[in-house]
Design a protein around this ligand. Structure first.
Ligand SMILES: C[S@@+](CC[C@H](N)C(=O)[O-])C[C@H]1O[C@@H](n2cnc3c(N)ncnc32)[C@H](O)[C@@H]1O
Length: 211
């Protein structure tokens, strides 16, 4: 099953267009210079985020968890003419890589980096968003959801990454992180203020439309 899935993903990669030399270089750099390159969104998910953003033409995007900037670049490509993406991370080392690649991508004026703890930074933001991408520490996802939902414009999208957590949400005995993500999937499913789609892309993207 895993082999078939891997082949399917390769096939989808091979039949999806959107090659961006800056993103390819960033992926290579991330593998060479960081300890956990798996955290990067990658080709298919990046193209998916870009497609959503291009369709939505958001004025403001919020991202929690910049890492080396791959998903931020993909999302920022769809920004409205005067749009802006705010991305938050507490790791100075990986943010330095992100900063370099935002400039290489010609997006440094559209992307604002805030270094700090996401809970504190988000609590202090007085901006409304059209897209929010939650991709930081999993234990705080429910808190992030509660903090961000009131800041979303009507019809805005909250996209949460890793919501299948390597299929661990299916396991009988769940560890703390898995329980937190599983509970949040259920919480969103029961939230009357939203429409939602849990998509089995990569590690699971939960796409929440705020009504
Ligand atoms: C999965 S990576 C993000 C990947 C990135 N969105 C991408 O697709 O390329 C998660 C990031 O969240 C950051 N992070 C974890 N906990 C955080 C917190 N409490 N506040 C801010 N950043 C945090 C980590 O430093 C890490 O860079």
């Amino acid at each position: 099953m895993i082999d078939v899935l891997r082949s399917i993903y390769q096939y989808c990669d091979d039949h999806s267009k959107g090659l961006d030399p800056v993103l390819s270089e960033l992926e290579r750099t991330t593998h060479l210079e960081t300890a956990n390159p798996r955290m990067l969104s990658g080709y298919l998910q990046g193209l998916f985020l870009q497609t959503i953003s291009v369709l939505k033409k958001p004025l403001n995007i919020l991202e929690l968890g910049t890492f080396t900037g791959y998903s931020a670049i993909c999302l920022a490509k769809g920004l409205a003419e005067n749009g802006k993406l705010i991305t938050i991370d507490n790791n100075a080392e990986t943010l330095a890589i992100a900063k370099k690649y935002f400039t290489k991508a010609g997006l440094n004026t559209k992307i604002e980096i805030i270094q700090g703890d996401a809970v504190q930074v988000v609590s202090g933001l007085d901006i409304s968003f059209d897209i929010a991408f939650i991709d930081a520490d999993k234990e705080n996802y429910l808190l992030y959801y509660h903090l961000i939902k009131p800041k979303m414009n009507k019809g805005g999208l909250i996209i949460l990454d890793n919501m299948l957590w390597s299929s661990k949400v299916l396991e009988e005995n769940k560890d703390a992180k898995t329980k937190a993500l599983d509970n949040l999937n259920t919480f969103i499913q029961e939230d009357k203020d939203v429409q939602n789609l849990l998509l089995p892309l990569r590690d699971g993207l939960h796409i929440v439309t705020v009504l």
